[in-house]
Ligand binder design. Structure first.
Ligand SMILES: O=P(O)(O)OC[C@@H](O)[C@@H](O)c1c[nH]c2ccccc12
Length: 305
């Protein structure tokens, strides 16, 4: 199938995601706060909300196991029904990540993946007809290394819609929020069951969507979640007009279905990264590559509710 037909196929599946076509939404279910320009993340949640669905938000580590494979996996994720994609910038000290994503970061760093590579991947994916909004996930150090001016100029130019920086607390994110707003990029806040009295201030400065962390600790598949997680998500939902997504530990359709009752989106990272990891030998084998890519697509398609 040539790229042109891929692009057509993708646009036909997500016409509203193009942003150029009206969804006919009389009232936005989820409005960007204040005068912040709505971006494609808002449109995506609104479209899915109107359909009574839940946004599926995969995370992958860019460049794991290599750049071309990441590009092909991104296409399969969209084909599988992913609605928004978290593009993870590999980092040498991923303090919030469990062993699966730590290993993926190490493999990607061996490919010399940088923030710029990740932005290039975003641009190349667009050229290949991928429509879903991209959320760049990065620790703060790579952004500092690049310089804030250059980072936001390049992120905006490469079509990044959202940004998650887990190691910058809300209290120190004033300049980042200002620059992200200027660049038209949603700085997505993370809230945890322990955020308590800080939640109000975090939500008041939220953009794009609110990322509820389901459990304490680091990323990684879980059989159970923080005991008060349902009440926590309901509380966050009651305090914001933004869409609310939950992540950390989610790895099965049953878990996605459970959380889709409570929120507007579900983030799945480690389970997808581990699936990719388990298939690396086949992904590197020309005779088995296509089947391995199909297995990744099937795994993710099973998570779409
Ligand atoms: O991997 P999990 O348990 O499915 O959780 C999502 C997570 O991968 C992704 O959102 C993420 C990757 N690294 C992070 C660090 C902090 C918060 C979130 C993240």
């Amino acid at each position: 199938m040539n790229i042109q037909s891929n692009a057509v196929r993708r646009i036909m599946r997500h016409p509203a995601a193009e942003g150029g076509l009206s969804t006919g939404a009389a009232s936005a279910s989820f409005a960007a706060p204040g005068d912040v320009r709505p971006n494609r993340i808002d449109e995506t949640f609104r479209r899915i909300g109107e359909q009574g669905g839940t946004a599926l938000i995969p995370f992958l580590t860019v460049g794991d196991p290599d750049i071309e494979t990441t590009l092909e996996i991104i296409e399969r994720l969209e084909d599988a029904g992913a609605d928004i994609l978290e593009l993870g910038v590999p980092y040498s000290d991923p303090l919030a990540d469990g062993p699966v994503i730590q290993r993926a970061s190490s493999r990607a760093l061996q490919q010399l993946i940088t923030v710029r590579t990740c932005l290039d991947i975003a641009k190349k994916s667009r050229e290949r007809g991928v429509n879903m909004p991209f959320v760049l996930f990065t620790y703060y150090n790579p952004v500092l290394q690049m310089g804030l001016d250059e980072f936001f100029d390049q992120a905006s130019a490469h079509g990044i819609s959202g940004l998650i920086i887990p190691d910058v607390p809300y209290e120190e994110s004033g300049e980042l929020l200002e620059r992200a707003d200027q660049a038209g990029i949603a700085l997505i806040p993370l809230v945890a069951p322990t955020s308590s009295e800080r939640i109000e201030r975090i939500l008041n400065n939220g953009r794009g969507f609110v990322y509820c962390v389901s459990s304490l600790g680091v990323t990684g598949e879980r059989a159970s979640f923080h005991e008060g997680v349902d009440a926590f998500i309901r509380d966050v939902k009651s305090r914001t007009e933004l869409p609310v997504a939950v992540g950390f530990g989610i790895s099965s359709r049953e878990q996605v279905e459970r959380f889709s009752e409570l929120c507007d989106g579900v983030v799945v990272g480690s389970a997808i990264v581990r699936t990719i990891e388990s298939l690396i030998p086949d992904l590197m084998n020309a005779d088995k590559r296509e089947d391995a890519l199909l297995q990744i697509r099937k795994f993710v398609a099973e998570l779409k509710v």
